[in-house]
Design a protein around this ligand. Structure first.
Ligand SMILES: *Cc1c(COP(=O)(O)O)cnc(C)c1O
Length: 336
């Protein structure tokens, strides 16, 4: 099998890095304080709190869900692994609308399962009725990557009704969207995942979680690593999550820049999909996306070149700071 290839993480920090949807802004200053406290009080000698009690209470309160409805993970990728491992047998079936997060197919490969892509419609809506209902696991990223588009809650509710197995709604980018599907996590077969990597600026800390039925959480916990969340990321996540004001400010900045970046790139002749996430999906017919990616790279600007079988390719560009977007737009003006 081929493994998953994440976006490049250059060691040269002078590059304008718009390729992996990290936040251009630092996390809440409360994160550093919380991490310092753990380092100072000697807690790292001990194994972490397996329940992640502090984060659990804080997130349950803010999201208005049962604390036992949360499954905590070492990034939301860890949650995706746990869910696949729990539900998908060898030779089983994993389904996801495509193009989407390439990791879904790799998770099926690891499990020795079959992966069946379902093509999104041209407007990034789901085919209705959804053609496969007997999958062991159906995965939908909402907002989706690379498109940045969101499905309405009604469409996702219909999908949850239609599929027999669990439906995982991957909401890594939900904080940048106008609406989310968290309310569907009350249904017996729906799992909603969230990440602190993007909107909270904690990609390096590795923390994500799922919201679903407490009965399901108890089963999913059986297949996870006993200490999948470490003491530093647990306190970092709790401190970041508690600071909703910081999230509100950074989100507002990103949304403002996203709007302006959409206009600039559209003006430069790109076909830019309106986005509910912190990145834009950009295509054009007059010039290969790969060449533009390479020319940007020479100019020290890193974006993500993505290509999908049976669909084509494009550039997925993270919404950076306004200064980074200025550099991007100037470079693109020279290139195209
Ligand atoms: C970034 C991303 C994730 C992974 O997030 P982590 O919490 O960093 O593991 C999951 N799903 C999608 C669609 C993503 O883009």
């Amino acid at each position: 099998m081929s493994g998953y290839t994440p976006g490049e993480q250059p060691r040269d920090s002078s590059m304008v890095k718009l390729n992996t949807n990290e936040s251009p802004y630092p996390p809440s200053p409360r994160v550093a304080e919380a991490v310092q406290a753990v380092l100072a009080d000697g807690r790292l000698r001990r194994y972490p709190d397996r329940r992640g009690t502090v984060f659990r209470q804080c997130a349950a309160g803010l999201l208005d869900v049962d604390p036992d409805a949360l499954l905590l993970g070492n990034g939301s990728d860890d949650i995706l692994t746990i869910v696949t491992r729990a539900f998908v047998p060898e030779g089983g079936l994993v389904v996801a609308p495509m193009p989407t997060y390439p990791l879904y197919r790799i998770l099926a490969d690891i499990q020795g399962a079959r992966f069946e892509p379902i093509r999104y419609a041209a407007d990034w809506s789901l085919p209705d009725p959804f053609p496969v209902s007997d999958a062991h696991l159906t995965l939908v990223a909402n907002p989706n990557s690379p498109s940045g588009t969101s499905l309405g809650v009604e469409a996702l509710a219909r999908l949850a009704e239609c599929v027999e197995g669990p439906l995982l709604i991957d909401e890594a980018y939900a904080d940048f969207a106008a609406a989310n599907a968290l309310a569907l996590a009350r249904r017996p077969n729906v799992i909603v995942t969230r990440s602190l990597s993007k909107s909270y600026g904690l990609a390096g800390a590795r923390f994500g979680f799922a919201v679903t039925q407490p009965e399901l959480v108890r089963e999913l916990e059986k297949v996870k690593d006993s200490f999948n969340c470490d003491s530093l990321s647990l306190v970092a996540a709790a401190a970041a999550f508690e600071d909703q004001e910081h999230l509100r400010i950074t989100r507002a900045r990103v949304l403002r820049t996203r709007e302006r970046m959409w206009h600039d790139l559209t003006e430069l002749g790109f076909d830019v999909t309106p986005s509910q996430a912190n990145f834009l999906w950009c295509r054009r017919s007059d010039r290969p996306a790969r060449a533009i990616y390479e020319e940007l790279r020479v100019r020290q600007i890193l974006v993500r070149y993505m290509t999908y079988e049976g669909y084509g390719d494009g550039l997925r560009i993270t919404v950076g700071t306004d200064e980074q977007v200025d550099l991007l737009v100037t470079a693109l003006r020279q290139i195209v």
